[in-house]
Design a binder for this molecule. Structure first.
Ligand SMILES: [Zn+2]
Length: 189
């Protein structure tokens, strides 16, 4: 991915804030310890003058630094939070057309509903509930355009529990009623 237009200042900001959004974009190494980290590493923030930035793990290793045991910059897949969110999305994609109990899903993921919701929101920008709603509206959109099924039937197939809830959510996301969307309005979910 490279560092694109990241300035040293921006990188330093990311390091001091342990900003996860920068993980993978660059790595920082600490001259005094000989160790390099991901920007999000929770290790103590180093003194600025001791820090070197690298675009890749390979470059940091080549410069003689060792990967941090805590944030494991050498293991791109090591990210338990991301794993949890990805698993959650996979489950939600399976179940969104049915009534969804987030407590059950959190239990399947071995976490609490509040922790699950917080991680999900941080990673995707929306709550699991919104994710479910978005999936339902998308499903309804394709059914409206690709089938002749009645509006009520489509609401039901897409997982909405009532026609009024369907209309409200649909309009919120597309700016159109289901009928208008079917006639070819160009709203996008
Ligand atoms: Zn680290």
């Amino acid at each position: 991915m490279g560092t694109m237009a990241l300035t040293e200042r921006e990188k330093w900001e990311a390091v001091t804030r342990c900003n996860k959004a920068y993980d993978g974009l660059f790595f920082y190494a600490v001259k005094t310890t000989g160790i390099f980290c991901r920007p999000s590493c929770k290790a103590k923030t180093p003194v600025g003058k001791n820090v070197l930035f690298f675009d890749t793990v390979e470059a940091a290793l080549a410069a003689g630094f060792r990967p941090c045991k805590r944030c494991r910059p050498d293991m791109p897949a090591f990210d338990p939070e991301q794993d949890l969110v990805r698993s959650a999305q996979a489950i939600l994609r399976q179940v969104y057309t049915k009534p969804v109990d987030l407590n059950i899903i959190a239990r399947q993921l071995n976490t609490s509903p509040s922790h699950f919701t917080r991680l999900f929101k941080r990673s995707t920008g929306i709550t699991p509930r919104q994710y479910i709603m978005n999936s339902r509206v998308k499903k309804a959109c394709s059914l409206l355009r690709q089938t002749n099924a009645g509006i009520l039937e489509i609401a039901c197939l897409a997982g909405f529990q009532s026609a009024s809830n369907f209309h409200r959510c649909f309009k919120e996301q597309t700016g159109l009623t289901p009928q208008e969307y079917r006639k070819g309005g160009d709203g996008e979910p």
